[in-house]
Design a protein around this ligand. Sequence first.
Ligand SMILES: [Mg+2]
Length: 144
Amino acid sequence: MEVGLHRAAPILTIPLPLKGREANIKGDTSLAKLISFDIDGTLETGDPPGRITMVMVRQVQALGYIIGSCSDRTVSHQKRMWQQHGIEVAFTVLKHRLDEVKAQYAAEHYVHIGDTNMDKYHAELHGFTYYFPDNSIDHLWEPI
Ligand SMILES: [Mg+2]
């Protein structure tokens, strides 16, 4: 019998990111939300560094978002960046391939965050909601 334990830690009910990702491949009926991140000028790992930290990326993934990157950086660079930070993402695509992300993942809401007009252009062309990486994105970090 366990005696003298302090109050148990709350049990996390948030699905693991990988499970969430797998569960939301098209064909599943439960829809998540999806966020695509530009890298340069958007993520802290970019050149120039952007406002969004890797901690923030992990937080939003833990909230259940399907996440990945969409950048002018090569796909291999994108994959390496995520691996270096131990973050498993659902997609790594070039900037004009957001339509492929949409085709692959069913989501109730598609978001792309990036710092240039090209981000806005490609996002809106493919039905993503576009955000500049400033405090306009803070609401995405609230529980969904
Ligand atoms: Mg950029």
